[in-house]
Design a protein around this ligand. Sequence first.
Ligand SMILES: Nc1ncnc2c1ncn2[C@@H]1O[C@H](COP(=O)(O)OP(=O)(O)OP(=O)(O)O)[C@@H](O)[C@H]1O
Length: 235
Amino acid sequence: MTDGIALDKVELKLGTKEFRFDCALPAGAVTAITGPSGSGKSTFLNLVAGFETPDRGRILIAGGDVTEKHPSERPVSLVFQDNNLFAHLDMATNIGLGISPSLKLSSGDRAAISQALERVDLSGFEKRMPGTLSGGERQRAAFARALVRKKPVLLMDEPFAALDPGLRLSMASLLIDLHRETGNTVLIVTHDPDEVGRLADHAIFVDHGQILLQAPAEEFLTRRDIPALAEFLSG
Ligand SMILES: Nc1ncnc2c1ncn2[C@@H]1O[C@H](COP(=O)(O)OP(=O)(O)OP(=O)(O)O)[C@@H](O)[C@H]1O
C-alpha cells in the first residue's frame, strides 16, 4: 500500500495493443512518464485519470481503490498539451469549471479564481476570452484551473510540448514553484530527457505497454544498459 499512486497488476487491451503496468509511485514527488512514441505513456495517465478502465488489476490513489470510479470522482486534476479551454467561455468561467462543473460559484470561489490567475501571472484576465490569449497564457490558465481544484494529484500529458523553448523553461519553473507550495503528487508525460532532469524526482520508462525501468531521476538519466532507454536518452 502506498500514499501515492499504485497500479496493481493492471492489464488492459486496446485494439491489438496490450498494456501491463505494476508499479507504485511515491506521494508528493514529481514522476516523469517517458518512453518512445506509441509505447503507452498516455494510456498510463488515462488509467490513473479514469478515462480507461483496466481489464484486470486495481488503481489506487492515496491508498483508496479508484478502479471503478468515474474520472470526476477521482482526486486528480489534469493539464494537457492543448489545455482544453472552452472558446466561448471567459477565463474566469473556464477556471471556475475546475471548481464546479455546474458553475455554481460562491463569492469565495470567485476570489479563489482571481487568486489562481494572479499566481500564474494572469491578473485581471477574468473577462478575457481564450482566443485573445497567447499559447503560453492559455497554458498558464490551464495551470490556474488545476490549482483551484486543490486535488492531491496533478496529471500532465506533455503540457509544454507546443510551447517554444523559452516558454517551456518558464512553465517548468512555474510548475516547480507550484509543486513546492502544494506538495502534491505530479505525473508528467514527457518526450524530453532534459525535462526529466529539470523537473522530475523519479522517472519510469514505458516500452511496448510495459514498464522497463522505474528509478530516481539521477539514476534514470545515467542508465545505458537498456537499449530502448539508451536510445531515448541519446535523443
Ligand atoms: N482506443 C484505442 N484503440 C486501439 N489502440 C489504441 C487505443 N488507444 C491507444 N491505442 C494504441 O496504443 C498505443 C499506445 O498509445 P499511447 O497514446 O498510450 O502512446 P504514447 O506513448 O502516449 O504515444 P505518443 O508519445 O506518440 O503520444 C498506440 O499504438 C495507440 O495507437
